[in-house]
Design a binder for this molecule. Structure first.
Ligand SMILES: *Cc1c(COP(=O)(O)O)cnc(C)c1O
Length: 368
């Protein structure tokens, strides 16, 4: 059986260092707001290339905190619109609607799965205040043109970097440093994964970072004085200690993913299966390896019969979810086609050469 993502094996790879880090945090006697979190924040800010990093409880909170901080700072107000790719994971959209802002979904391009930049300007209204770009599946979804559109229309450019830690532009700038602010998730299955929930915001904007830090601490920067109606969103010391170990090995793990992706791209030859247009190597850290097939469910069954576990990212697009039934009637054909045809192959950094060979052979043996 080839597991989709054997998290235990990934932890085991660094188990000596992880055990030592966890014990260090446990023995410190300090479990929140301590030195592991502040050390992680500065190491991660350096890695991303951003001036500030504020740790928080999870990736959804990170995105929520960015938007709420902009609202507290008077940059946006309830009812304002935020552009977002229609094919993203639901969390990106929840962060918008939960703040009383209006998500405006934008179709992606079928060839790249990235937000279709040709559609952005046509959707901008006087109430549009931000664009959230999502580096979905680990692939860069940013360009100078996107940044320029945001600048010209006075939109905040926010990155959802939950799936793309370590991904770079051609100039070597990392995702998470490309816009005004970025939300990161360290959910265990992400490229940089904790052993539980964790998240962070990176930004060059010091005022935004301070506002987020206050919001994440009940709205307080001074003990028992509450400036905002905030929430409690903290990363704990144990997770920060683990993430410091994992961060030191992130490039190594991403390199393993890239090697596996290169073998899939070379080895998978099946007229029933397509793959997205390629990007330069550094611009995809392959959180997922998506393939597309009209008979996706049969392909998934075929692979399962051969002992290969796959997942669908994602089976139902946000605009078809019950929680957004108020959008009833909206149609996003490209997004729907992605959700009908997508299948993610195993690409975890602990997949062996033999596993990869087996996956390629199984995919290539899927016939009419
Ligand atoms: C995982 C994920 C999130 C949310 O992160 P959590 O830590 O699970 O809250 C947000 N956006 C995208 C694209 C994600 O994949």
């Amino acid at each position: 059986m080839i597991e989709f993502l054997p998290l235990g094996k990934i932890t085991e790879k660094y188990s000596d260092e992880i055990h030592a880090a966890v014990l260090r945090a446990v023995d410190s006697g300090r479990y929140l707001l301590g030195t592991e979190v502040s050390a992680f924040e500065s190491e991660y800010a350096d890695y991303i290339g951003a001036r500030n990093c504020v740790a928080c409880a999870n990736g959804l909170d990170a995105l929520w905190l960015i938007l709420r901080a902009y609202m507290e700072l008077g940059v946006m107000e309830p009812g304002d619109e935020v552009l977002v790719p229609a094919n993203t994971y639901i969390a990106t959209i929840l962060a918008i609607s939960d703040n009383g802002l209006k998500p405006v979904p934008v179709e992606p391009k079928w060839e790249t799965l990235e937000i279709d930049e040709d559609l952005i300007e046509g959707l901008i209204t006087p109430r549009t205040k931000a664009l959230i770009t999502v580096h979905l599946y680990g692939r860069l979804s940013w360009s100078g043109r996107m940044a320029d559109i945001c600048r010209r229309h006075g939109l905040k450019l926010i990155e959802d970097n939950a799936q793309a830690h370590g991904c770079e532009t051609l100039n070597g700038r990392r995702t998470g440093s490309l816009g005004d602010a970025a939300g990161h998730s360290f959910y265990p299955g992400k490229n940089l994964g904790a052993l539980g929930d964790a998240g962070a915001v990176t930004t060059d904007d010091g005022i935004l970072a301070d506002t987020i830090r206050t919001l994440a601490n009940y709205g307080s920067s001074e003990k028992y004085v509450f400036r905002y109606k905030g929430r409690n969103s903290r990363m704990d010391e144990v997770q920060a200690a683990v993430l410091r170990v994992k961060l030191a090995h992130l490039d190594e793990d991403n390199a393993a993913r890239k090697r596996i992706a290169a073998r899939y791209l070379e080895g998978i030859r099946n007229p029933l299966i397509s793959m997205p247009e390629l990007l330069p190597e550094q611009s995809n850290v392959w959180h997922q390896f998506p393939v597309f097939c009209e008979r996706r469910d049969e392909l998934q069954q075929h692979l399962a019969d051969k002992g290969i576990q796959t997942l669908i990212h994602y089976p139902i697009p946000p605009h078809k979810q019950e929680c957004y039934s108020e959008w009833g009637g909206l149609s996003f054909p490209v997004t729907e086609r992605i959700h009908e045809r997508e299948l993610s192959l195993p690409i975890g950094p602990v997949l062996t050469d033999g596993d990869v060979k087996q996956v390629i052979e199984a995919v290539n043996s899927f016939v009419e």
